[in-house]
Each structure stands twice: as C-alpha cells, then as structure tokens.
Design a protein around this ligand. Structure first.
Ligand code: C2E
Ligand code: MG
Ligand code: MG
Ligand code: MG
Length: 284
C-alpha cells in the first residue's frame, strides 16, 4: 500500500516536473519574443525628499505585459532572463526607455527629476554595460548625473576588484550609484567603504515593522548613521504609513519611497501624479 502511494507520488512529481519544465520552456520562448513584440513596460515610482516633501526622482520598474498571462512582475521572469542572457538586451531597453521618459517629462515642463534603473548581476558584469549606458545617454540627451543605477550588495561581493573597476567606469561617465535592498546582503562595512557610491537604499523589510520591532528600528538607525558617516544619501524603501515617515524624519533619513506616497505607475499616470504636485504629503 505504502509502495503504491510512493509510486503515485513519484508519478505525480514527474508529471508536475514535466508540466513545470514545459511551462518554463513556453515562458522562455515567449520571453525571447517579448522585446520585438514590445510587451515590456516600465512603471515609475516616485522618490521624495524628506526636507521638502517633493518628488525629486523616479525609479523605473520593469513589467511584462503578456498577451495571455497579463501583467507579469520582475521576480517571475528576471531570474529566467538572467539565466539565458536575455537580461542584456532587455536591460538595454530599460535604460534607454527610462532616459527617454525622463527627457519627455522635462520637455513637458516638469522640473528635472533623477531616474533610477535596476541592474541585475549579469548586466553589472557584462563588458558592454558602460557602452550601453553611454549610448542611451547620447541617444536621448539625458544628463548623466540624472541617471542612477541600483545594484545590490551581493553583486558587489562576488568579485570586489571587478566591481570597483566597473563602478569607477560608471563614475567616470557621471552616473550615480545606489546600493539597493541594503541590509539584506552580506557586505562587510570595510568593503562598502571602498566602493564609489552615492546612495544607500534601506530594504523595505526593515521599514515594514519599524514601529513594532525594536531590532528593525536599531538596524534602520544604524544604516542611516552609517550612510551619513560615509557621506551618502540614505533612502528608505517600502514606506507605507505616515508613522513610518515621521519616524524616519526624526532619524534624519534623506529620502523616502513607497506605496504611502505613490505605487509604481505607467508613465502617463505618474505624470498626472506629478502634475497634481503632491507637495508636502508628509505629516508635519
Ligand atoms: P527593488 O528595486 O528593490 O524595487 C522595489 C520593489 O518594491 C518593487 O517591486 C516595488 O513595486 C515594491 N514596492 C515599492 N513600494 C513599496 C511599498 O510601499 N510596499 C511594498 N510592499 N512594496 C513596495 P517590483 O516592481 O515587483 O520589483 C521587484 C524587484 O525586481 C526590484 O526590487 C528589482 O530588484 C527588480 N527589478 C525591477 N525592475 C527591474 C529591471 O528593469 N531590471 C532588473 N535587472 N531588475 C529589476
Ligand atoms: Mg530598486
Ligand atoms: Mg529595493
Ligand atoms: Mg528588491
């Protein structure tokens, strides 16, 4: 009886595996066509300056508008795109599109905002990255200092000397550099200090329970303090309440980003939010 069940289980798992790999195969083949079919979208989420309450920048977040499956989030296809290398042309499209959007907003009369794009490990280590960034800046007329690349700690730690040289190359181009999801990786502080950085983004997981969790508060305060000592701009991600903003302000966090201010939106909706000039959304 037990043996029978085991066999059924094995059969179930092998069926499951087959359908998983078929699904994966189908996803991979539609991912290959997604660029030329123009199925990728960029959503934009605001970043606000704590001192003035104003929107000072945007972050571009990738979505895949799949004809059958609907809107697909990055965690469902970026790992696959990383594995098969498609992240390189997709990433090139992201950088170019984000720069073009930024210029379009400037031409529409909005004050110059910064524009952040996320990079994955494979992009970061690709020899073509600096050239791709330069081409996007040149083709769109985007001032380099308005573009910020977001990378994670783990991407830095794999090969520090290589990471430092890539970052220095990006620095030379004039783009800004942010460490994303800070606090979730394993970077040593001495290594961090050796990197040419502009910004630290405190991971949303620390912000989420800020008001109820003393450990998260200590870590958040320590990261803000560290950032300040290194002369960096400190951004809190994942801000969802007025209480969190008040707390972060008391502890001198420079910028905030999160659903409480704006969710990621398509460009036209983001522009409407900008037009409304949601100044001073903070409780003062
Ligand atoms: P991330 O760069 O840390 O982006 C923040 C994520 O948190 C986004 O998820 C955003 O929608 C979400 N978020 C923003 N505010 C809040 C909030 O108040 N509460 C909560 N719970 N979540 C919030 P999303 O858009 O699903 O992106 C997930 C990750 O995918 C990004 O994390 C980034 O690492 C990666 N990613 C996004 N776009 C790109 C891209 O163009 N290229 C690459 N390589 N990676 C990307
Ligand atoms: Mg990011
Ligand atoms: Mg993040
Ligand atoms: Mg993240």
């Amino acid at each position: 009886h037990a043996k029978e069940e085991g066999k059924n289980n094995a059969q179930f798992y092998s069926e499951q595996l087959k359908s998983d790999s078929l699904e994966r195969l189908a996803l991979e083949s539609s991912l290959r066509k997604a660029l030329e079919r123009r199925e990728f979208r960029l959503y934009y989420q605001s970043k606000l300056d704590m001192a003035t309450g104003r929107v000072i920048g945007m972050e571009a977040l990738l979505r895949w508008q799949h004809p059958e499956l609907g809107l697909i989030l990055p965690k469902q296809f970026i790992p696959l795109a990383e594995e098969n290398g498609l992240i390189i042309p997709i990433g090139r499209w992201v950088i170019h599109t984000a720069c073009r959007q930024n210029i379009a907003w400037q031409q529409a009369g909005f004050p110059a905002l910064s524009m952040a794009v996320n990079l994955s490990a494979r992009q970061f280590l690709d020899d073509g990255l600096p050239g791709d960034i330069k081409s996007a800046l040149q083709a769109t007329g985007m001032p380099p200092q308005l573009l910020e690349v977001e990378i994670t700690e783990s991407m830095m730690m794999v090969d520090m000397p290589r990471a430092v040289s890539v970052l220095q190359e990006l620095r030379t181009i004039g783009v800004r550099i942010a460490i994303d999801d800070f606090g979730t990786g394993y970077s040593s502080l001495s290594k961090l200090q050796a990197l040419p950085l502009d910004t630290i983004k405190i991971d949303g997981s620390f912000i989420h329970d800020l008001l109820d969790n003393a450990v998260d508060r200590s870590l958040t305060e320590a990261i803000i303090d560290l950032g300040k000592r290194l002369g960096l701009t400190v951004v809190a991600e994942g801000v969802e309440s007025a209480e969190q903003i008040a707390y972060l302000r008391r502890h001198a966090c420079d910028q905030v980003q999160g659903f409480y201010m704006h969710e990621p939106q398509p460009a036209d909706e983001a522009a409407i939010s900008l037009q409304r000039r949601i100044d001073n959304v903070f409780p003062c």
